[in-house]
Each structure stands twice: as structure tokens, then as C-alpha cells.
Design a protein around this ligand. Structure first.
Ligand code: PMV
Length: 362
């Protein structure tokens, strides 16, 4: 265990409270440099960088009360939008088992976890990043209320660290507007264990950046990201890909400080297509894009060429398209989306989001 990780382990001798409740929201995030491939316990093969979003978020409350006696099991109930959702409990149990060594109070208390998302059910938008980030932040807030010995800075890092153990990319959702996960020479303080806010001023062009998510396919993914990550073991292009991601991250940080839109678009779109190229060249190979995904991409390229408007796309591990553009061109881009792209979305649905700052206490 490294020194940093040991730092996150606190033994609270006397709890300052026996009951209480904490509530936080956490947003989703969209990677510009992708994490695809992991090792050990949720450790990334390369550094990744993302925009933290605002509107697509999970709101979570956790009530806690001290057990009369400590038991060997975790005692919690999970409610989704106010109703019990036992189907989700095994996932939380696995998460608790994984983080127990860092949160020993988990077996001394009973919990009621109440969660809801701001985005529609089964929209194809993964709720794991926002959900795990909100839950991790609530647990850290409980630890603080109980008498944690960690500093504020360590608690912030710990929330991201715990979120990572729940779902890798979730660790990038605690802070914003831009975070990096994975040790990287050009990001001071970066770590494989948790994400950090980028330590520089972002050019004004990239502030309030818009992300319109086209819901091309709302169904369940055919291949989960867990399976996809694992297929990077022994992948013929793995090492080149991890090196490329680290190089792209270095250049992107320079580009985002300088406001170089042309290179920004090039790196972001190349990252999205490379992610899907990795899927198509895995063994077994698979394709998560749909015909509509390609239609949308071609329309974006045509629109950008014809109107000279700096709009680009990225993809996560699915068919949906994230359209990224500066706030200054919001009007023409939204009109283009409405007229030309909405037809490729299921039920013509898309979600307008914007870059944000991370968790909020409710
Ligand atoms: O956090 P996971 O295991 O769901 O993986 C996320 C992978 C991508 O969304 C495709 C890329 C990323 O960096 O978010």
C-alpha cells in the first residue's frame, strides 16, 4: 500500500454523532481524453481528462444511525426515487466491501440511501459516474461528521478515491470544470488513485462549454464497459493507445490554455474515434456505434465546414453523440441540432448540458 492510500484510512475512536443525514448532488462527466483499459483495482492504464457536466446529475441522501452492536454485515437500504430498489443492493454491497478498509465506520452504522437522477430513466446516459460520485461524497461527509482526522484536502481526494473504487470514471465527477485522473507528468498533483482539478486557467473559449447529448440509442449496451476495459489486456494496439492518450492529454492541456480551437477539435474527435477503433479491433470485436451515430458525425463535419462554426463531437462507450461547442455559438448550433439531427435521436430526444463545477451540498 502506498503512503498516499494509507493516508485515506482513518480510525475514529469515539464517534461524535450517533445519527445524522447528509445530502449531495454529483454530475456526470464527459471524457475528452478517454480512459479505456485498466489494471489492479480500478487503476487506469493511461491518464484521462474530462469536462464535468451540470444538468445530468444524481441527488443522493444518506441517513445514518449507530447500530446497537457492530455486526459483520453491512446494514443498508437503497431507495431509488423514494421506492425500495433491492436489485441495486448487491452492487452497493460490493462497493462497501471494497471501501471498508478505508471506511471502517460502515459496519458500525445502519444506512438509508435515497437516490434520484435528473435525467430520464434508461436514456442511455450512464448514471454510474454521477451515482458513485454522489454516494462517495456522502460517505466522506459522514466520516467528517463522525470525527475524521483527515484534512479538507484529503477528504476531497478521498471522495474521488472512493468514487473510483465504485466506477473508474466516477472519480472525475467530484470537481470541475476540467479534471484529470491518472498520474501524468504535465499535471502537478495528478494520481492514479483519484482525479484532480487541472492546475491552470482554462482559456475563456472553453469556459461554459456546451454539451448537447443526442440520445441515439437508449437501450442497454450490448457490451459493458467492464468487459470492454478487460479486452484491452493483450489488445494488439494497447501500448500504442495508452501512449497516444498520454500524448493527447499533454497537448490538450496546452491547447485548452491557449484557446486553440482547431487542435482541440482534432484531439477530441480523434480520441472518440480511437476509443471505438479499440472496440472494433478487440478480440472478440464489437461495435457500439449505430448507423445514426455515423449520420450525425457526417452532418457535424458538413455543418462545421460550411458555416465555419467550431462544433465537434465525442462519444462514450455507446451510440449516443455528445456535441461540444462554445457558448457563443449556442443559437446556430441548437437550431442545426433541432433541424438536422433530432431526427436521428430516439423520440427526437436530446439533453442540453453545460460544463460545471462538480458536487453540491443539498
Ligand atoms: O468508468 P467506466 O468503467 O464506466 O469507463 C468509462 C469509459 C469511457 O466512458 C468510455 C471513457 C471515460 O474516460 O469516461
Amino acid at each position: 500500500m502506498s503512503k498516499k492510500i494509507a493516508l485515506f484510512t482513518t480510525e475514529i475512536v469515539t464517534y461524535l454523532k450517533e445519527t445524522g443525514k447528509v445530502s449531495f448532488s454529483a454530475p456526470s462527466n464527459i471524457a475528452l481524453v478517454k480512459y479505456w483499459g485498466k489494471h489492479g483495482v480500478q487503476l487506469p492504464q493511461n491518464a484521462s481528462l474530462s469536462f464535468t457536466l451540470s444538468n445530468c446529475k444524481t441527488l443522493t441522501s444518506i441517513s445514518y444511525s449507530k447500530k446497537k452492536e457492530t455486526t459483520a454485515d453491512f446494514d443498508f437500504q437503497f431507495l431509488f426515487e423514494g421506492n425500495p430498489k433491492p436489485s441495486f443492493e448487491p452492487k452497493i454491497n460490493t462497493f462497501f466491501e471494497r471501501i471498508y478498509e478505508y471506511c471502517p465506520f460502515l459496519k458500525d452504522f445502519s444506512f438509508v440511501i435515497d437516490s434520484q437522477n435528473t435525467f430520464p430513466h434508461s436514456s442511455g446516459i450512464a448514471s454510474s459516474a454521477s451515482g458513485m460520485a454522489a454516494m462517495a461524497q456522502c460517505l466522506v461527509a459522514i466520516e467528517k461528521a463522525l470525527g475524521s482526522t483527515l484534512s479538507e484536502e484529503q477528504l476531497t481526494q478521498k471522495a474521488s478515491f472512493l468514487a473510483r473504487l465504485g466506477s473508474g470514471s466516477a472519480c472525475r465527477s467530484l470537481e470541475g470544470p476540467v479534471t484529470v485522473w491518472g498520474a501524468h507528468e504535465s499535471i502537478e498533483g495528478s494520481s492514479d488513485q483519484y482525479a484532480v482539478k487541472v492546475p491552470f486557467e482554462i482559456h475563456e473559449t472553453f469556459q461554459n462549454y456546451q454539451d448537447t447529448v443526442l440520445l441515439v440509442d437508449k437501450g442497454e449496451k450490448q457490451v459493458s464497459s467492464t468487459v470492454g476495459h478487460n479486452l484491452m489486456h493483450g489488445h494488439p494496439f494497447a501500448n500504442e493507445r495508452f501512449q497516444q492518450a498520454n500524448d493527447n492529454l499533454k497537448e490538450l492541456t496546452e491547447v485548452m490554455q491557449a484557446g486553440n480551437m482547431e487542435r482541440f477539435i482534432h484531439i477530441v474527435e480523434s480520441e472518440a474515434l480511437t476509443l471505438h477503433a479499440m472496440m472494433m479491433t478487440s478480440s472478440p470485436y464489437f461495435i457500439l456505434m449505430k448507423p445514426e451515430t455515423l449520420e450525425v458525425i457526417n452532418h457535424i463535419w458538413e455543418f462545421r465546414r460550411e458555416h465555419n462554426i467550431p462544433v465537434c463531437f465525442t462519444l462514450d462507450a455507446g451510440a449516443n453523440v455528445h456535441i461540444l461547442y462554445p457558448e457563443s455559438v449556442k443559437e446556430p448550433v441548437l437550431s442545426f441540432i433541432d433541424k438536422k439531427l433530432a431526427r436521428y435521436c430516439q423520440n427526437k430526444q436530446y439533453i442540453c448540458d453545460v460544463v460545471g463545477t462538480g458536487i453540491q451540498q443539498l
